[in-house]
Design a protein around this ligand. Structure first.
Ligand SMILES: [Ca+2]
Length: 152
């Protein structure tokens, strides 16, 4: 098959990998309020959310349980000031490397929707570190990772 066709087919398979219905899982979260659990980050619904309960930094780790190739990350959150995203290709959630780091804009009464267009990268885990906030707590509503699952 010509390379162009293969590229196109690859793009068509591009999908949101950060969904519990696709096998993703939040394997670590530094806050857990039972009414607003971290699973709400990957349930595909921007109205449900995870909320932090303590001091910053706060973090959560998403496992794909396989190697994925990601081309775009989107996060929907509220009151996040400074965010760092890290990736790991390990079997265990270790050896993280910084992907990107950003200061978000304050939005009054609306969700922050932040898109990260990154050079395509592979990952088995993503770690999100909320370094600081505009208030005592933040909420994270959705994380989307557009990409393709690799065959192992
Ligand atoms: Ca949600």
């Amino acid at each position: 098959m010509p390379a162009d066709d293969r590229d196109q087919q690859e793009r068509m398979k591009s999908t949101d990998l950060c969904l519990s219905s696709r096998g993703a899982e939040v394997v670590l979260a530094t806050s857990s309020d039972e009414k607003y659990p971290p699973e709400n980050i990957i349930d595909g619904n921007s109205e449900t959310f995870w909320t932090t309960t303590g001091m910053f930094p706060q973090e959560f780790v998403i496992s794909f349980h396989k190697c994925v190739k990601i081309s775009k990350l989107t996060i929907q959150c509220y009151l996040v000031r400074s965010l760092r995203i890290e990736k790991s290709l390990s079997k265990d959630p270790a050896d993280f490397e910084v992907c990107t780091e950003k200061d978000l804009q304050y939005t009054e009464g609306a969700l922050q929707t932040e898109e990260f267009s990154l050079p395509e990268f592979q990952a088995t885990y993503l770690r999100f570190i909320i370094k600081s906030a505009f208030d005592h707590f933040v909420s994270v509503h959705t994380v989307m990772a557009e990409g393709v699952a690799e065959n192992l």
